[in-house]
Design a protein around this ligand. Structure first.
Ligand code: MG
Ligand code: MG
Length: 260
């Protein structure tokens, strides 16, 4: 199903997006050497509940996971790339941490992910990988707008990742967002321009390029959720929820400081 928001619902989508962005930035600022992933999960829970929002993850039980997920945020470290189940792990200097958060507020979902390096050391290959997913995300957003097609976004994301030298997996990608977290259309991280669903004002999309340094093959942890690179290489993931408007695409999950 593809949901199209009416213009009176857009403010609620903005509110959900601002909340997700705010929580992610707060969690990023608290994620230091010595921070435990379970603390990040508890902080996320507190902020979601205090904001009167509802977690999209706690009861989430899709076919690909061993559900319900039972946590408030995905914490994926180093070779873990998607659906990282928070566990008793203490962050170390140079760890590459991806945080992925989706909540529903006022009946509308927003979904966003950020990747960053913990501590002072900045391994160049990690910096490059994070930068590639961010560039791909913004290339995808630039290709989105009324009249554009899903394939235009997929092509923009995929060609940016390929030019940066990363293999691309088509196993997981972006998706429509609305009253629930995962809706049609699927937005693959590679594709052909001019193909697929034609975008319309009121459509919300989560775009989410993710890469692994030297493989496109995923393995699933014994926890039934966490997806890791098959080779143990590092990984990165960036995601924004956008709204298609009459004159382009509006990023709903942009951090506050980036607005000014
Ligand atoms: Mg997400
Ligand atoms: Mg998503």
């Amino acid at each position: 199903m593809i949901e199209i928001l009416n213009p009176t619902e857009l403010p609620r989508a903005r509110e959900a997006g601002a909340l997700v962005a705010d929580i992610l930035q707060t969690l990023k600022s608290r994620s230091a050497v010595g921070t435990n992933l379970q603390d990040i999960d508890r902080w996320a829970e507190t902020m979601i509940v205090e904001a009167g929002a509802v977690s999209c993850y706690v009861d989430y039980e899709p076919s690909f996971g061993r559900g319900p997920f039972g946590h408030y945020i995905c914490t994926s470290v180093n070779d873990a790339v998607l659906h990282g189940l928070p566990y008793d792990y203490t962050l170390a200097d140079g760890d590459l941490l991806s945080l992925d958060l989706a909540v529903s507020k006022g009946g509308v979902v927003a979904d966003s992910a950020i990747s960053f390096i913990v501590g002072d050391s900045k391994p160049p290959e990690s910096v490059a990988m994070i930068s590639a997913t961010e560039r791909a995300l913004y290339a995808g957003i630039a290709a989105a707008g009324p009249g554009a097609r899903v394939g235009d976004i997929s092509h923009a994301i995929g060609s940016t990742l390929s030019e940066a030298g990363y293999p691309i997996s088509t196993e997981f990608g972006g998706h429509g967002v609305g009253s629930t977290m995962h809706q049609d259309p699927h937005v693959s991280n590679t594709g052909r321009p001019g193909r697929g669903y034609r975008l319309r004002p009121g459509l919300l999309l989560a775009l989410e390029p993710w890469v692994m340094a030297d493989t496109a093959e995923l393995i699933t942890d014994a926890d039934g959720w966490t997806l890791r690179s098959a080779t143990g290489c590092r990984t990165a993931h960036s995601e924004h929820t956008i709204a298609i408007t009459s004159d382009g695409a509006e990023i709903l999950t942009l951090p506050k400081q980036a607005h000014s």
